[in-house]
Design a protein around this ligand. Structure first.
Ligand code: AMP
Ligand code: ZN
Ligand code: FE
Ligand code: FE
Length: 283
């Protein structure tokens, strides 16, 4: 049975490889179907669809939208999106605009800390409208201020670190509604970020389901077997779809590979049909 990978970033957001190169890696890893899930942008999807048609890999149009829930960020993945939807485009443009309001303030803080870099350089390196902290991390690496993206986040960019600036984010219910409005299936990404007990996560997912959540990302590069089992249990108890993916970014997460994560990720191909059926149902 072949594998799939439903969580991949490209140069259209904070990944370091363009869609065609991500698909080439997917083919090498034996991936039969994948979703491009860039942050707040769908611009990578046409190239992915074309390349997928050439390589014989099914490409599912996707998105990843960050939302804020109390102290935590919840990321919503969206699958089988009507990615040309005008309402979705305008929401995503607003989210990218909020990035452009925050990023120069991060740069300002870094400058105050004595680090020499400008937002112009970050924009040039990023080469996209969806600019995130990983792009700033890469400039810090290129300048030799840090050795890794992890060090950039730990010292400067993560919440609570020296140059942290929050971004205006939607609530989970809004992100869910935007994905639904574009006939996509909303899925809670990397549920370990929720930072709740098993029962707390169950209660939250139950609430999100009432708001339109369709699934949980049960399989993920960094999940321990016990976590995978726990999230699977929650999905089954709430009758939510099960998905999975690597969250490949290239350079900023150098230990994560397409299709296999840290080496032992295998998202079963059989998860795709229930997701597709759910999407067919809404379209
Ligand atoms: P932003 O979208 O600008 O808020 O940046 C958040 C993104 O940075 C996340 O979606 C991850 O892709 C990435 N990220 C978060 N923490 C780290 C970390 N410690 N190391 C590398 N990348 C990270
Ligand atoms: Zn990212
Ligand atoms: Fe995420
Ligand atoms: Fe992601």
């Amino acid at each position: 049975m072949s594998r799939i990978d439903l969580h991949l970033h490209t140069t259209h957001s904070d990944g370091s490889l363009p869609p065609a190169e991500v698909l080439a890696l997917a083919q090498k890893a034996g991936v039969s179907a994948l979703a491009i899930t860039d942050h707040d942008i769908v611009a990578g999807i046409p190239e992915a669809l074309e390349t997928g048609a050439r390589l014989g890999i099914e490409v599912i149009p996707g998105i990843e939208i960050s939302s804020v829930y109390g102290e935590n960020e919840l990321h919503m993945l969206g699958y089988f999106l009507d990615w040309k939807d005008v309402g979705l485009s305008s929401r995503l443009a607003q989210l990218r605009a909020s990035r452009h309001r925050r990023n120069p303030r991060i740069i300002e803080k870094l400058n105050h800390l004595g680090l020499d870099l400008s937002y112009e350089e970050v924009k040039i390196l990023a080469g996209t409208e969806s600019i995130g902290r990983p792009h700033i991390a890469r400039v810090l690496m290129d300048r030799g201020y840090v050795q890794s993206a992890k060090e950039a986040f730990d010292r400067y960019l993560a919440k609570g670190a020296a140059a942290y600036v929050p971004r205006e984010l939607p609530e989970p219910a809004e992100a869910i509604a935007w994905i639904r409005a574009a006939r996509g299936i909303p899925v809670l990404a990397h549920p370990t970020w929720v930072n709740e007990s098993e029962e707390g996560l169950l209660t939250l997912c139950d609430k999100l389901k009432a708001e339109g959540l369709g699934g949980i990302e049960v399989h993920y590069s960094t999940h321990k077997p016990q976590q995978t089992a726990q999230f699977l249990n929650i999905a089954q108890r709430l009758n939510l779809l099960v998905t999975g993916g690597s969250d490949f970014h290239g350079l900023t997460k150098p230990d994560i590979e397409v299709g296999v994560g840290r080496g032992n990720l295998k998202v079963p191909e059989k998860l795709l049909e229930p997701l597709r059926k759910a999407a067919d149902h809404v379209s």
